[in-house]
Design a protein around this ligand. Structure first.
Ligand code: ADP
Ligand code: MG
Length: 253
């Protein structure tokens, strides 16, 4: 891949995770997670399966509930307050491993649903914006099709466009390419690189280390519910500090 793009990070904190703990029943899945993400910053999260990566990012839009610690998005604290949860959810876009498109809606309707129902945008405006985002991810000509009629790579690009239609302040990606056939990975990563270059604040759980090298401002390594190590991509890959990071990298690189 080409050399790392320049950082678009600013000094302003958009996501603040402070001393976060979460349990699934007795199981302590997240242990004292501390992470601050600046506006425009691109974070890549990696680590072994089961280390808590999905759980951590799902806590950021309350798809999972944390029991201890503080999570703030744009200064709004995520807790019991339903208004806050609603606000944060509308500002945090999420892209999943398995796309999670609505199968019974067309590509276009997938993209206009939330803007019309959550943001109360008139249909015409929502359609216009959706078509622009579908254009941007290279899929406008498929707007009338249903998700099942598209390839995995195309579906994932629709999922990205759908999230962008809400004009999110932050985008979370949970292994967006790991369910794709190899030849489709690049078309999705290219869209994500484009987003990063435009200054989107992103947390990306991925094992695509080429992507991490190219766009990440910081790489975070998680293991057994903890952030074990974090660093800029170059030192992270060339000079990992902890034995656990070294072992992990030796298995994936
Ligand atoms: P990762 O994304 O790093 O693979 P996850 O966040 O999905 O890890 O899972 C972390 C750990 O929590 C795993 O041991 C997983 O089995 C467990 N876990 C995940 N979701 C649940 C759940 N809903 N209930 C109980 N345990 C869960
Ligand atoms: Mg996961």
């Amino acid at each position: 891949m080409t050399p790392a793009s320049t950082s678009t990070a600013t000094g302003e904190t958009v996501i603040r995770i402070h001393e976060l703990h979460k349990w699934y029943g007795e199981f302590h899945v997240l242990k004292n997670i501390n992470l601050e993400v600046a506006r425009g910053e691109r974070i890549v999260v990696c680590g072994p399966s089961g280390s808590g990566k999905s759980t951590m990012i799902r806590c950021v839009n309350r798809l999972e509930i944390h029991q201890q610690g503080i999570i703030e998005v744009d200064g709004i604290e995520l807790g019991e307050n339903l208004k806050n949860i609603e606000t944060i959810r509308s500002e945090v876009g999420m892209v999943f491993q398995h796309f999670n498109l609505f199968p019974h809606l067309t590509v276009l309707d997938n993209c206009t649903l939330a803007p019309m129902w959550v943001r109360k945008q008139p249909r015409r405006e929502a359609v216009e914006a959706a078509m622009q985002y579908l254009e941007r991810v290279g899929i406008a000509e498929q707007a009338k099709k249903f998700p099942g009629q598209l390839s995995g790579g195309q579906q994932q690009r629709v999922a990205i466009a759908r999230a962008l239609c809400m004009h999110p302040k932050v985008m979370l990606f949970d292994e967006p390419t790991s369910a794709l056939d190899p030849e489709m990975i690049k078309e999705v990563l290219d869209v994500m690189v484009g987003l990063a270059e435009q200054g989107m604040t992103m947390i990306v759980v991925t094992h695509e280390m080429g992507f991490a090298r190219k766009v990440a401002d910081r790489v975070i390594f998680m293991d057994r519910g903890e952030i074990v190590e974090e660093n800029a991509p170059e030192p992270f890959f060339t000079n990992p500090q902890s034995e656990r990071t070294k072992l992990f990298l030796s298995q994936i690189l």
